[in-house]
Design a protein around this ligand. Structure first.
Ligand code: DQA
Length: 166
């Protein structure tokens, strides 16, 4: 398990940048070495650095966490609102296709969540075609490699802006 804050968290409560919690699930700690022909050569640290820079240009701050354990992800989703986050970006790895616990955690959170994937699961093995968490998310970005995360951040910010103007 790791917990990195690429950006200063000074704006934690109340005023300050929009705070996005970026969660990565099982095996995403091995990015760069894990099936690079599918997931690319960038490491998770590379991805998080690039996303932090992109988020900063959008006026958002990110906090990135990764775990190979379902319970960690469930706990982080459940605590996100109390921790002062505004939205969640979630690449749940293979838990995407199996985890009713994550689905319930997302349903139980009032924060919008964007499902993220580096690859396009629908174009891969049949077991990846179903996402059990999709119905608890506001949208999904998949298939664009590390760029999926920046696109998901833009989507989350658009959802938050719309909610603020409604
Ligand atoms: C993934 C797709 C999942 O099917 C797979 O189990 C992963 C990574 C992606 O980012 O493309 O671990 O979520």
């Amino acid at each position: 398990m790791s917990d990195r804050a690429p950006l200063d968290e000074a704006g934690a409560a109340g005023a300050g940048p929009v705070r996005l919690l970026v969660l990565n699930g099982p095996n995403l700690d091995r990015l760069g070495r894990r099936e690079p022909e599918i997931y690319g050569h960038q490491t998770l640290a590379d991805l998080e650095r690039a996303l932090a820079a992109e988020a900063a240009t959008l006026g958002a701050a990110i906090v990135c966490r990764q775990s190979n354990h379902e319970g960690d992800l469930v706990g982080w989703v459940g605590a996100a609102e109390d921790e002062g986050f505004h939205a969640i970006l979630l690449n749940a790895g293979a838990l995407t296709h199996t985890s009713y616990s994550l689905y319930d955690a997302l349903r139980g959170s009032s924060l919008p969540c964007v499902e993220v994937h580096l690859s396009n699961p629908e174009a891969r093995e049949p077991f990846r075609h179903q996402s059990v968490i999709a119905a608890a998310c506001v949208g999904k970005v998949s298939g664009f490699g590390v760029a999926s995360y920046a696109l998901a951040a833009r989507g989350a910010l658009a959802v938050l802006a719309k909610a603020a103007s409604d």
